[in-house]
Ligand binder design. Sequence first.
Ligand code: SF4
Ligand code: SF4
Length: 164
Amino acid sequence: MRVEELVYNFKDEISREPGGEHIKRCYSCGTCTAGCPVREVTDRYNPRRIIRMALLGMRGEVLSSDFIWLCSACYTCYERCPQDVRIPELMTALKNIAAREGHIPPPLLAQVDLLEEHGRLYEIGEFENQKRRGLGLPEIEENPQPIGRILGSVGTERPPAPSD
Ligand code: SF4
Ligand code: SF4
């Protein structure tokens, strides 16, 4: 990418977002990446690199990437970061900015659809209830309204189409 495409105040924008307050403390030591269990299974996820990209102003690349959604929020790095950057909360801040701009991975939107439709992540049908009856368990009726109210209160309406 070209230097003129960098958004230098991206770090200020992140630090105003709940969870992103400490991003400017990062001095890129790599301790977070060294202990990250997600990093163990995929090279695509590297918290030190994501934070570096954000600090450099690579706004479009960070927000449109799927790697900010890979953090499992295990909090290992939270305990180890010498600068108290609070990485899992920072990743949530990045995801919130990304979501507002329409950058949500399709699999997550599909899960929202299931929750809105069924009140859970899978459909409850006669097959499931037959198994439950066989185990002496009560039947389950689908009741998506309560979860729908929760989803509505946190803003899961379909995001605008990404601009880039
Ligand atoms: S451990 Fe903390 S200071 Fe070190 S790279 Fe990660 S976020 Fe930055
Ligand atoms: S909280 Fe996220 S970034 Fe930190 S170690 Fe766990 S998976 Fe990695």
